[in-house]
Write a protein that binds this ligand. Structure first.
Ligand SMILES: *Cc1c(COP(=O)(O)O)cnc(C)c1O
Length: 355
């Protein structure tokens, strides 16, 4: 059934392996971030087969789907107070920045007879989550007083809100804070978690501070792209995930709408260029399912000219004459397109085994 997303198992495996191997050379463990594919267990399994240490997701609902897989599961988004019970049940490690939340996790862990590991997030300038570096010695003693919580490490997230690029300065600061905590409180930190796909370039350039020994990687695995500069990672594929959609109408039409132009379905006044007659195809997918600006057609001579909620319109004037009703069109996708495709319940997800 279409539309569907197909996954090339070998390409995804290769992408993961290249990143895991690069990390291994620097004694860094990789947690694969599964949120962009909504924690699909078959896809996560491919990452595990390729050597990632554990799985991480921002939503507890996705970690639930991964419950059966034999590895540590990490919750990336700070827990909501209303989900504490599930956080203890379905994650082994969570990222935290609020002592009140950590205390709630402690109480729940006690109820479930568990010890829950946390990574204390430090804000090193990106201004999303994390305590400020100067508050470390206020917060850490509070955490150590929680009997069912193990402070397993410290972490940072960069290049998400503020666009701050990880470097020797900010990650060096994380490294130093970790050493300070270890020395002050006499405990080893298992995880010094130095960020996401935007930290990969430091690995490649041998510039990652030595004390950083974990990364949480999503985009670089699924699209083969580091996110500090948007460079392709050598040897990886950007087409491990493909969208297939079916043609539901194909006709010759004008490129200019006929009549007075008001607003389109999204309240914008559209502007059109007169390109004469076009051979146009509509495929059965729309903005409810995908960010069409993030798609790239793989069929020769196909151009995306727009989309409404459930229809995507293609200019196929230059395409193969074999493009007819029922034809399957294939597209590569960027991160935001992938996120939406996996979130849409109207798109089928299929794991393919080979080419
Ligand atoms: C999403 C997320 C990641 C992964 O980011 P990528 O850029 O896809 O590698 C890592 N850490 C946190 C906290 C996240 O929310």
């Amino acid at each position: 059934m279409y539309p569907r997303v197909i996954v090339n198992r070998e390409k995804l495996f290769k992408n993961t392996q290249i990143i895991v191997d690069e990390a291994k050379r620097h004694q860094v463990d990789v947690f694969a971030v599964t949120k962009v594919f909504c924690g699909h267990p078959d896809i996560a399994q491919i990452c595990l087969d390729a050597g990632v240490k554990g799985l991480a997701d921002s939503r507890i609902g996705n970690l639930k789907k991964l419950f059966g897989l034999p590895c540590d599961k990490m919750l990336l988004r700070l827990p909501m107070l209303c989900e504490v019970e599930d956080v203890i049940r379905f994650s082994d490690i969570s990222l935290n920045s609020e002592l009140e939340t950590i205390r709630a996790l402690d109480m729940e862990a006690s109820k479930q007879h568990k010890t829950h590991k946390i990574i204390l997030m430090i804000d090193l300038g990106d201004l999303r989550e994390g305590i400020l570096p100067e508050d470390v010695h206020v917060v850490v003693p509070g955490i150590l007083a929680c009997k069912h919580i193990a402070l397993a490490g410290v972490g940072v997230n960069l290049t998400c809100y503020g666009g701050v690029i990880p470097d020797e300065v900010n990650l060096g600061q994380l490294d130093a804070l970790a050493k300070d905590i270890e020395a002050t409180y006499g405990l080893p930190l298992t995880y010094v978690s130095g960020g996401n796909s935007s930290s990969i370039y430091l690995l490649q350039e041998d510039r990652l501070p030595r004390g950083i020994h974990q990364l949480r990687v999503g985009e670089a695995i699924v699209l083969g792209r580091e996110t500090a500069f948007g460079h392709t990672i050598k040897g990886t594929y950007d087409d491990a995930f493909l969208l297939e959609a079916q043609v539901i109408e194909i006709k010759h039409k004008q490129s200019l709408p006929i009549g007075n132009i008001g607003m389109d379905a999204f309240g914008n006044k559209p502007i059109f260029e007169d390109r004469g007659m076009m051979r146009r195809a509509i495929v059965g997918i729309g903005r409810q399912d995908v960010d069409h600006l993030g798609l790239t057609p793989l069929n020769e001579g196909v151009e995306i000219i727009g989309a409404s909620s459930d229809h995507m319109i293609l200019n196929v004037t230059q395409a193969d004459a074999g493009t007819t009703l029922g034809h399957i069109m294939t597209f590569k996708m960027d991160y935001s397109a992938m996120l939406k495709l996996f979130t849409s319940e109207y798109v089928n997800k299929v794991v393919m085994f080979d080419e």
